[in-house]
Design a protein around this ligand. Structure first.
Ligand SMILES: Cc1cc2nc3c(=O)[nH]c(=O)nc-3n(C[C@H](O)[C@H](O)[C@H](O)COP(=O)(O)O)c2cc1C
Ligand SMILES: C=C(O[C@@H]1CC(C(=O)O)=C[C@@H](OP(=O)(O)O)[C@H]1O)C(=O)O
Length: 401
């Protein structure tokens, strides 16, 4: 059975990513995974941390000589900034004097780093996390709630994308279709747009909209504010029949939506024409089937999924990201140490999570599709999966995958 998980705190020594049930024989190298990690760090609107921190990847198991071997894959993503955080995030008890001493840099912020955080940020996990787990400091809450964890997901997503690509010819890409009030209304790009999207600082192919998005971010930053937006993920080449209507949580759309919603700060998910489709009449809401040699759909309003199964068209998902909650122009809160009104804690943060969020969303879609592909084709070994897929596709009466 295919499964994955992550561990690690934002300022701990490392993140850990674990994947079980990936097939043997999939080509993947640490360079491929590092490239995926680098894509997640990019984008206009990222905060200071992305500039100096590095993701230090070590493959601990499950890959040999550039190929998966069917055993659990364990990855470590070391945090290059760990020495600064050694005392505050130490697993073992530390002498209290350690927490009031700088790490040798002479920087007063070193000491601030170690102080209990008692001014929870509205919109972040701080306050409820402290109450739920019984902490008088938001540090242990924000350390794990932080989207730093998405680096581990992106590393796993690179493996999932390799499975999908090599077994079924699937490719995935993402673009940003809205930042704040700036909207890209262009039609979804084709599968060959991946490189051009990576080259844009806001993952947008229209130069005028791209410039407006960059300006929107710069303006919010200047105002001490933050922004949300909308990301679109497109998965091309997915064979029909992944996922199932037979069980509620077997549905591919349910799995993709849950995976998308699991990303920090995602507050809305749409498959295909989702919310727009809800306002249409049925006669213009679906994708008519015609014969042109093989069967063909005239449209893809469903976003590639019918009855909880992929239908052979491109899968199209949109994710709404809320604005970052660490707002420099800090919001009202209380100091949990005194009960008095305060302004929410703020040291540094991203202006918007939308651009890296798109790369994370690709990873989540790849993981869901890989799981469904492994289920459909009995995924011990990539070669056998390819044979199984070919036999299944050949069994479909209409000569169309
Ligand atoms: C890639 C990415 C980067 C993020 N960066 C920040 C950040 O710098 N500051 C912040 O307060 N929230 C950031 N967030 C969002 C928080 O992690 C998120 O709001 C928090 O965990 C609470 O969860 P929720 O928004 O899903 O309710 C980021 C999210 C993503 C996906
Ligand atoms: C570290 C990453 O994102 C972090 C996600 C995050 C949050 O609250 O989600 C808060 C910020 O961390 P800090 O408060 O230490 O500056 C981001 O930098 C990353 O994406 O690698």
């Amino acid at each position: 059975m295919f499964s994955w998980s992550t561990a690690g705190e934002s300022h701990g020594p490392a993140l850990i990513a674990l994947m079980e049930g990936a097939p043997a024989g999939v080509r993947i190298s640490s360079a491929d995974i590092s490239r995926a990690l680098a894509r997640r760090r990019q984008g206009h609107g990222r905060g200071a941390r992305q500039k100096f921190e590095r993701d230090e990847l070590t493959v601990l198991s499950g890959i040999r000589h550039g190929k998966t071997i069917g055993s659990p894959i364990a990855l470590e993503i070391g945090n290059s900034e760990w020495p600064k955080w050694r005392a505050v995030m130490s697993a073992d008890p530390v002498d209290p004097s350690e927490l009031t001493r700088d790490a040798g840099t002479g920087d007063p912020r070193e000491i601030a780093r170690n102080k209990p955080l008692t001014k929870p940020r509205p919109g972040h996990a701080d306050l409820v996390g402290m109450n739920k787990y019984g902490f008088d400091d938001a540090r242990p809450v924000l350390e794990r709630a932080s989207a730093r964890e998405t680096a581990a997901r992106v590393a796993l997503g690179a493996i999932a994308a390799a499975v999908n690509g090599q077994v079924a010819g699937v490719s995935v890409l993402s673009r940003v279709v809205r930042i704040g009030n700036v909207v890209d209304e262009s039609a979804p790009p084709g599968p060959d747009a991946a490189e051009a999207l990576d080259a844009s600082p806001v993952r947008c192919l229209d130069p005028a909209v791209e410039a407006a998005m960059v300006a929107e971010i710069d303006e919010a930053k200047k105002d001490g504010d933050t922004l949300g937006g909308v990301v679109e993920v497109l998965v091309y080449g997915v064979p029909q029949g992944l996922g199932t209507y037979a069980t509620p949580m077997g549905r591919l759309d349910a799995r993709l939506a849950a995976a998308a919603m699991s990303i920090q700060s995602v507050k809305g998910v749409e498959i295909g024409d989702g919310f727009t489709g809800a306002g249409r009449r049925g006669s213009v809401a679906h994708d008519e089937i015609v014969r042109e040699g093989a069967l063909r759909r005239l449209t893809n309003r469903a976003g590639g999924i019918e009855g909880g199964m992929s239908n052979g068209e491109a899968i199209r998902i949109r994710l709404a990201f809320k604005p970052i909650s660490t707002v420099p122009r800090a919001l009202r809160t209380i100091d949990t140490a005194t009960g008095e009104p305060a302004t929410a804690l703020h040291q540094r943060s991203d202006v918007t999570a939308v651009v890296p969020g798109a790369v994370v969303a690709e990873a989540m879609a790849s993981l869901v599709v890989a799981q469904a592909l492994i289920e459909k084709t009995g995924g011990d070994c990539a070669d056998q999966m390819r044979e199984s897929l070919a036999a299944y596709l050949a069994s479909i009466p209409e000569a169309r995958a």
